[in-house]
Write a protein that binds this ligand. Sequence first.
Ligand code: HDE
Length: 712
Amino acid sequence: MDSIQKQNKAAKDGKKDEQLDNFRVDHKDQKLTTNHGVRVSNTDDSLKAGNRGPTLMEDFHFREKMTHFDHERIPERVVHARGSGAHGYFQVYEPMNEFTKAKFLQDPSVKTPVFVRFSTVVGSRGSADTVRDVRGFATKFYTEDGNYDLVANNIPIFFIQDAIKFPDVVHSIKPEPNNEIPQASAAHDTFWDFVVSTPELAHMVMWLLSDRAIPRSFRMMEGFGVNTFRFVNEQGKGRFVKFHWKPLLGVHSLVWDEAQKLGGKDPDFHRRDLWRAIEMGEYPEFELGVQMIEEEDEFEFDFDILDATKFWPEEIVPVKRIGKMTLNRNVDNFFAETEQVAFHAGHVVPGIDFTNDPLLQGRLFSYLDTQLIRLGGPNFHEIPINRSLAQVHNNQRDGYHRMTIDKGPVSYSPNFLQSNAPHPTPDEENGYVHYTEKVDGRKIRERNKSFNDHYSQAKLFWNSMSDAEKQHIVDAFHFEIGGVKNKQIRQLVVNMFSNVNENLAAQIAEGVGVTAPPLSSGSDVTDSSPAVSQENTVKSPQTRWVGILVENGFNYSEIIQVIEELKKAGVNSEIVSKYQGTITCSNGNAIEVDKNYLTTGSIMYDAVYVGGGQQSIETLLTHGDALNFINEAYKHCKAIGATNEGVDLLVASQIQSTKIAGPDTEGELVTHLGVVTIRNENDMTNFSQEFVNSIAEHRHWTREVENEMVPA
Ligand code: HDE
């Protein structure tokens, strides 16, 4: 086996871990040294002329330590600065050779190592996770044919059609340059000024103001390659392709009030959620899906398939699920891996190619360009996380931070001295050959008129939303446009979105103090795409979290039964009480408190449970925080469960319009609007099952009608 075959085998066997092992250092039990390996005797005092004298220049340890510190920050990404990464692997379900020759998409027994980085787009590195924003979902596949990056977002379309507008849209949405306000938010004048001046944004804005932009978890988002790529098979036949990631846990979101509060209570909410799930062995899983269009059908659609402000409705072009990715390992070092990883929409392998999508064409330039400065020169492919498993041989030399010690005098091609090595690989042996698409046109700074329709799919999206989702979009407009100081821009937003739906425009106008345009006969687009509504997603209780409110004197056997039943269904729980420490139940058994009201809140959980125990409930009834827990969880439409005396806490809260078990009911299970209650019952089995069903629903939106009355 030659070294290339060996390397290919390593790639096949998923050996990225082993490769990274060469770079991992454990400092446990080691002696402190300088960067050049000299042992250091004291790192607490600088070298001085006398113990009260000046520090000396010759203190090489001080200078090296301080210099390194001074240079510890590298520029953050201009967009997608805040991210969270994880390792894992990908396996294809069946050979895809009919469509693509990409090697990692052929053999179901091969586990291709991957590294994924999820991100927000607008905020700085230290901004909050739960802001309203698009989420990045970038995956690096370390394939035997080199690295393939699927640099995706959690929304299937983009703001603009041509990459030349990217600096404009990003400048408009970033904090305003005079005062650097607001952080990680679109709710300000410059963004909406740009929106009303650029109608192609209409569709993306609808998605941005929908629940998609406030995901519950990175583990519960879809991913979309957005741009149209091309699959090419062994015979050289090409097909248009769009890539999808489908989370096995379904697509779920936070509510806006919760997202905002989490920004204060736990700015790392998504990062922590991902980290914790992986540490607990609840590995996030995503299926890779592809939509394919035959070359001959390129013009068969009422949108241009190269226009990135359009999606291909799944009802028209079905998504074929072709494999699964499992994320099963957290990083060892955030900076070395998550921060230094460099993705590029142009990193493709044989079998995957580009199209003339003008947004994609511009991306092909930008990623390498920006990484040259962020990662300090042209050798960042040598940083461990970026190294390909396939061998790298070329004539590139030198530059900042070169790690490879290239041997020999030859660094050019062609050459005689080395028999022209490194040799190009012909197409038949899987050298990358670009798809030979015929291109014929005049040089022109213009868009095709097939890119002119900016509203049909925005209407389609609106039509596809459930009532609750529509209401959330209206509320989001009220928040976002409420942040716009210039009244004329507010009016122009309403005018613009009357092209999407006049009722929507009227509702926006009502909330932001401008005039609604007159209603006309209604929308001309009546189609919808049920696949884009989150109402129709997978519903699962798995990996959800329940906050359990208890105080001294709680009913031990009741609560332990519920915790165990939840666990059986894959639901996790935490004990919440006024103080941390140990609390005891009526018969003396003790339980450890996980969180107090200051370190947590209902916003950190998917559901709340209050168990019985007279003394515990009497105490809880005196805690405003406990009552707020219930009110807030109710307002955020979460599952709520209460058993025996625990039901009294619900009675005392502000959620009275919900039907709950009355004091005289004997073991009768009452479920209404996601609130599950039972009294006078010792066996918690039925209650737990019903509570789990309620948790699986994710949210009970029908409650929202009466929610305005609930103070929280
Ligand atoms: Fe990016 N994008 N982008 N983008 N993008 C970057 O590259 C750019 C676009 C996406 O976790 C930058 O290394 C242009 C679409 C993700 O490291 C930069 C255009 C999609 C990430 C850049 C787009 C994305 C980036 C900034 C055309 C979804 C984070 C730092 C308008 C398919 C990757 C960097 C990570 C990052 C340029 C549009 C996804 C500046 C010019 C569409 C997930 O090069």
